[in-house]
Design a binder for this molecule. Structure first.
Ligand SMILES: [Zn+2]
Length: 200
C-alpha cells in the first residue's frame, strides 16, 4: 500500500472566540452556579458562532474551582466525530497538565462540568479521565427532544457506576437555563445533527 496516504496524527482546536470569552472569567469559580453559568454561556455561543453544537464543558479543581480547561463541541470544525465538549475539555486539561490521569495521586481532585448529562461516549471518556466529580446542569430527555441528537444507550445505573468508581455526580439547581440553549439550537432552521444516525 501507499503509506504516504495514511494519516499519522490528528488534532482539534478551540475556536478563537473561546479565549476571548474566557479572558473575562476569574481564575477560579468557587460555586457550582458559577461553573454551570459559564458552561451554559459557552454552549450557547458555540452554536451562535456556528463553530459546533450547543455543548460545553470545563475541567476545574473541585475545591477551589480553579479553571484548568474549557472545551466546546468542535465536531464540525475538526471533522472528528469524537470531539464532543467533554472530550475536548478533558483532553485540553490533560495537555495542560501533561498527564493522562487527571486523578493522579498527590494532585487536587478535578471535576468535569457539563451543560447536560454526557452521551455514551463521553460517559466512558469521563470514567477513563480520572476526574472525581461530575457537575451537570441536568439529565432529562429535554436535550434529545429539543435538539434531535441521539445520546446513545445510556445504562440506567450510570450514576451508580460512577459512584462505584469514586466519582460523585452532582446537579445544578437551574436546568431550565441549559434547556433554553437547547431550545435555541433546536429552533434553528440550519441546525446540524451530526451523529452517526443523522436523526433530525
Ligand atoms: Zn458526548
Amino acid at each position: 500500500m501507499d503509506v504516504s496516504a495514511l494519516a499519522t496524527s490528528f488534532g482539534a482546536r478551540l475556536p478563537a472566540w473561546v479565549l476571548e470569552e474566557m479572558a473575562d472569567v476569574p481564575e477560579a469559580l468557587p460555586t457550582d452556579r458559577e461553573r454551570l453559568d459559564l458552561t451554559n454561556r459557552l454552549a450557547s455561543r458555540n452554536h451562535r458562532e456556528d463553530t459546533g453544537g450547543p455543548f460545553a464543558a470545563l475541567v476545574v479543581e473541585r475545591e477551589s474551582g480553579r479553571v484548568i480547561s474549557a472545551g466546546v463541541n468542535v465536531v464540525l470544525a475538526s471533522d472528528l466525530s469524537s470531539v464532543h465538549a467533554e472530550v475536548t475539555a478533558l483532553s485540553l486539561a490533560q495537555t495542560r497538565l501533561g498527564r493522562w490521569d487527571l486523578g493522579a495521586p498527590g494532585t487536587p481532585d478535578l471535576e468535569l462540568v457539563v451543560n447536560w448529562r454526557p452521551c455514551v461516549m463521553c460517559y466512558g471518556a469521563a470514567m477513563w479521565s480520572g476526574v472525581r466529580r461530575l457537575l451537570l446542569a441536568g439529565d432529562g430527555p429535554e436535550l434529545e427532544e429539543l435538539t434531535g441528537f441521539d445520546e446513545g444507550p445510556m445504562r440506567d445505573d450510570w450514576q451508580a457506576q460512577f459512584a462505584a468508581r469514586g466519582i460523585e455526580v452532582a446537579y445544578g439547581d437551574s436546568p431550565h437555563e441549559a434547556v433554553a440553549v437547547f431550545k435555541e439550537y433546536g429552533s434553528r432552521e440550519d441546525a446540524v445533527v451530526y451523529n452517526a444516525r443523522g436523526a433530525s
